[in-house]
Ligand binder design. Sequence first.
Ligand code: BES
Ligand code: MN
Ligand code: ZN
Length: 523
Amino acid sequence: MVKSQRLENVTISPGKPPVFHVLSTGAWKCAALVVPIFESSKQRFSSDDLPEDVAAAIGKAVELHGFEGKVGTLMQASGIGPAERLILLGMGKPEKINTDQIRWAGSLLARHLRKIKINSATFHAAGLERANWPILAGAFAEGYSLGDFSFTAYKTEKKSPPPLEDPGKSKPLTLSIICPDQNSAKTVQSVLAEKSVIAAATNLARTVACHPGNVLTPSTLTGIARNIAAANKLKFLVIDAATAQKMGMGGLCAVGAGSASPPALLILEYLPRGIKSNAGKTVAVVGKAVTFDTGGISIKPAADMGNMKYDKCGGMAVLGIMQAAAQLQLPHRVVGLIPTAENTLDAQAYRPGDILHMYNGKTVEVTNTDAEGRLILADAIAYACEKYKPGALIEMSTLTGGVVIALGSVFAGLMAGDDGLAAQLIAAGNSTGERLWRLPLDQAYRKLLDSPHADMVNSGAREAHPIQGGMFLQEFVADGVPWAHLDIAGVAHPKKDDRWWIGDHASGFGVRLVVEYLQRLGS
Ligand code: BES
Ligand code: MN
Ligand code: ZN
């Protein structure tokens, strides 16, 4: 039988990450000198630590171009002495400066450098608050790395290498940051190293997420996850479809039944050196990886269905988080669980009216085969609780269209059974700019899932859809496990957005947030 093209070995190469240098004195000989300019009537830029002639030339350029320093704007001027170009980079109002503004500026710079085809710049940190240099430089570098993301694996213009390999970019970007303070230079250097790892993990998640459904199937994803695990010395386990069936994972098996590529539960485990698996706190991170969501027999309308290749973004975030956990040598055990299936239809496909026996013994009446994410997640969550007895469980999924209507692409929906965990996640998200808005998980909503034939339906009437999703998942969390559900349907692949670094691709939402959460847990 001829099938549509399905390739078993997809190479994932997200391009070379930027290289950062920290300098403690001005190196004025450079391809581009980048100076932060503030939106302020008093002082547009700081001349601290700048030679007089350089400061005067910058002042002139700002004046000449009437550059206002608004965040999200940039202006290129002619060079000053040994600096071939001068780039004025808008930072916004100094009193309002925050890390998200700085990330934005960093991403804008990276994209500009690619556009003018140079690959290095020197950023003069003067003017940024000295006390906060490490944090601000870290945010700048993070934005710079995220801004340099592109996905060109299927553009044939560049001829070789073969289409499935991301050509990446021939040369990585470099950025030299001048922090004229010996003491902070060291701290800045270590913050940059850490932020590079996190940004690269985010870009990895974005790269895998961008591959389309004909290539990125549950079986190719299994190979990719295996490679990522091996590269990072993570334990890797696959519960394949046959095993899942024997184990009673009725949700995972039903959703994947209509596809030529069978479903699976992928498990990556990071164990810090010298820690026994049952000691200390284990954090389980679960992510939905529906490689393509047609809706199944309850088929979706054609418009925008192509975006359902992004229905794997929760699971891709888990891949990034696991890589970062290993590379940062975080102090806690982290287990990443990725239930993966293609929700499509053939004669074997599950159907409305079916009653499923789930891994934790509960039964579900299928009212809508398009509410598939919760079915595969339910089995993964129940398994995670039973097998790993986590101290916290964080689940991420592009679960409902309702959350897109409610929160758009600015906030992700947070539903949590535990106030402490909710507060920790909100705080982590505020710091990374991946913001969460909490919706109630109240027992009063449970009746929306009542079924006359089984313990619950997978989808009730129209009201409170995002919350129905959360309430459904809660049925599969073991008693006493603090847990949270992040509905990332609106933020995982926002429409082209010029304000920020996302462009037309997957955002990698959740990687930086959960890594920040894990780092804040301390040892
Ligand atoms: N993957 C979708 C949710 C989604 C919608 C993500 C739009 C991104 C953008 C999910 O599987 C789904 O189909 N949800 C349905 C559930 C409904 C049928 C109960 C929805 O929200 O419309
Ligand atoms: Mn669906
Ligand atoms: Zn879906």
